[in-house]
Ligand binder design. Structure first.
Ligand SMILES: *[C@@H]1O[C@H](CO)[C@@H](O)[C@H](O)[C@H]1NC(C)=O
Length: 168
């Protein structure tokens, strides 16, 4: 009798574990978690990329969102603020290999550099194990707020960048 009860108990536990695993399948726990880092800059040339006259914004706010790739249901949302070097850092517990994650600009403390451009205000990030990487730090591409007006020096600079790009 005791043996039968033991077997039933074991089966029940196995059932509960498998149910738990299938429910949790969407978001995989990660042993060490991840550290997501990225920079927020002031696009002083309104060019859409970092230049030699770019500066980085302290106190800018960003938001990370991970969504189910098919249903677009929000799974994770996290806020970040940039430090003196314009870098935000977020500690993330789980692995979001099956979700679509992106970081978007929220606000800038600089009144002359707070404009957002729709197609440049967010960037996709990978928050998952990568066999080629031993580090758990993941870097997002930089995001930029646009300066009210391009700095005068940008005209010269852009000519230089265009020439530079022409060689690639
Ligand atoms: C997305 O949501 C659907 C419906 O809830 C679910 O079946 C699917 O497993 C989810 N996909 C991921 C990758 O989590």
């Amino acid at each position: 009798m005791a043996k039968l009860q033991d077997s039933i108990a074991i089966l029940l536990i196995m059932f509960l574990i498998s149910t738990f695993i299938s429910l949790g399948a969407a978001v995989k726990p990660s042993a060490n978690g991840f550290v997501l880092k990225g920079k927020v800059y002031c696009d002083t040339c309104r060019s859409g990329f970092e230049t030699s006259v770019t500066n980085y914004i302290e106190g800018a706010k960003v938001k990370l969102q991970c969504k189910n790739a098919t249903t677009h249901v929000l799974i994770l949302t996290m806020d970040g603020t940039t430090d003196a070097s314009g870098t935000y850092t977020m500690d993330i517990k789980d692995d979001y290999s099956d979700e679509v994650c992106s970081v978007e600009l929220v606000s800038s403390p600089q009144s002359d550099c707070k404009e957002m451009k729709k197609d440049r205000n967010s960037v996709q990030v990978m928050i998952t194990e990568n066999s080629g990487m031993s580090s758990n730090v993941r870097y997002a591409n930089s995001l930029g707020f646009l300066r009210t007006q391009a700095m005068p020096i940008c005209k010269k600079l852009m000519v230089k960048y265009k020439i530079g790009n022409g060689h690639h």
